[in-house]
Design a protein around this ligand. Structure first.
Ligand code: G3I
Length: 368
């Protein structure tokens, strides 16, 4: 584990974290394992010394959480702004880290100006120019691109595909077109489709797995350039059930298609907010461990990225419906605090989830 992660005593206190940052380049070089560990980051993390030190000392890969998306890069039609992504890339390079290219064609990040233009028969260059600009800028450093994100939605009722603005403009063929365009822009970059809701053995997620496998097999038949699947892995203690065999078989079916697999957005949405913090953290870690034990045993798995490293910068919220589930709590104005579904707490202390990641990646990881 020493080689895959910073020593536990180093991540304990802010002072020692600062010392670790000074040697981050060396640590980065030593952290070369498969699967690699990484986290999504926002550029504002680098204004926070202790948080950026922790990123430098624990991650081999960083993923821009926001900064490389279409809506962030091309706020005005034809004007590309990469300052946020550049800042993350510079940090990654200076610490000998990889950067994941996240994410090019995603219905969740379409610029306001583009939305009304995505009509049937729209010119592909609308999104194509942004794709090309993003890929060319980071080609060489970014080796894995999340080219198309979340194309699956069986509930939309057609062919298992999400009826997104991209689908409306170009039909289901937009997925293959995006992959082909990405390949034309980079020969070296490996091209991924990212998807969520694939872990649990309920009927909805079974349909999602089937639809993704159908898409992958169609891509294979059409000889479309597709190198891997980004398994987002937003785990959720409110849903289930998790059946290891179902998940194992699914990962194997993807691997049998010759695809690389990456866990790209691991986190755990909590359920049991009234429990003591220690219990909540253990529930999060135990659940992630069940999933990771299956995923890490799959040889095609190359990366485990968490969707944030610390609760200090987390997209997970305790939502109104969480409060509504426990009507007799917090009436005195207290609160359950933050959702605790990331490996480090808001004060940057390692939680049981971090220890699960350390031990499981150590157990299954190989030095390269
Ligand atoms: O930073 C501004 C803040 O200044 C402003 O006051 C506030 C008002 O809404 O917005 C803040 O920006 C928000 C940003 O997150 C940072 O919190 C954006 O509005 C919000 O749209 C953005 O959401 C991100 C979302 O993708 C859309 O890009 C989430 O952080 C990010 O975690 C989420 O990530 C996605 C993956 O890319 C794909 N898979 C699902 C995952 C979670 O939704």
């Amino acid at each position: 584990m020493e080689r895959a992660f910073v020593r536990r005593d180093v991540v304990r206190g802010l002072a020692t974290v600062a010392v670790a940052a000074a040697t981050a380049c060396r640590a980065g070089a030593a952290r070369r394992t498969v699967p690699s560990f990484g986290a999504a980051v926002r550029q504002t993390a680098f204004d926070d010394g202790p948080l950026s030190s922790l990123i430098a000392t624990t991650c081999a890969t960083v993923t821009p959480e926001l900064e490389l998306k279409w809506a962030a890069v091309e706020r005005q039609h034809g004007t590309f702004t990469f300052s946020g992504a550049d800042r993350i890339a510079a940090f990654a390079k200076s610490h000998a880290m990889a950067m994941r290219g996240h994410t090019l064609v995603w219905h969740g990040s379409i610029p306001d100006w583009a939305e009304p233009l995505l009509v049937p028969g729209a010119d592909w260059s609308l999104v194509g120019r942004y794709m090309e600009a993003a890929i060319r800028r980071f080609d060489g450093h970014v080796r894995r691109w999340d080219v198309v994100n979340e194309p699956i939605a069986p509930e939309d009722g057609f062919d298992g595909r999400r009826v997104s603005p991209f689908y409306a403009a170009w039909g289901s063929n937009y997925v293959f077109r995006a992959l082909e365009h990405a390949r034309a822009a980079t020969l070296r970059g490996r091209l991924f489709i990212g998807e969520y809701g694939l872990e649990y053995a309920n009927p909805l997620q079974a349909a999602r797995r089937d639809a993704l496998l159908a898409l992958v097999r169609e891509a294979r038949r059409a000889k479309v350039p597709l190198d891997g699947i980004g398994l987002q892995t937003h785990l959720d203690l409110r849903t289930g059930p998790f059946d290891p065999q179902v998940y194992r078989d699914f990962l194997q079916a993807l691997a049998d298609e010759g695809l690389a697999l990456c866990i790209t957005e691991l986190d755990v949405k909590e359920r049991d907010y009234p429990q003591p913090i220690e219990r909540r953290d253990q529930l999060v870690a135990d659940h992630a461990a069940r999933v990771l034990d299956v995923a890490l045993a799959q040889p095609a798995l190359e990366e485990v990225t968490c969707w944030g490293l610390s609760d200090r910068q987390s997209w997970l919220r305790v939502e109104p419906r969480d409060y509504a589930s426990f009507p007799n709590y917090w009436q005195d104005g207290s609160s359950p605090g933050l959702n605790r579904g990331l490996p480090f707490s808001a004060d940057l202390q390692p939680k049981p989830l971090w220890h699960v990641l350390e031990s499981r990646i150590s157990q299954h990881g190989k030095d390269i």
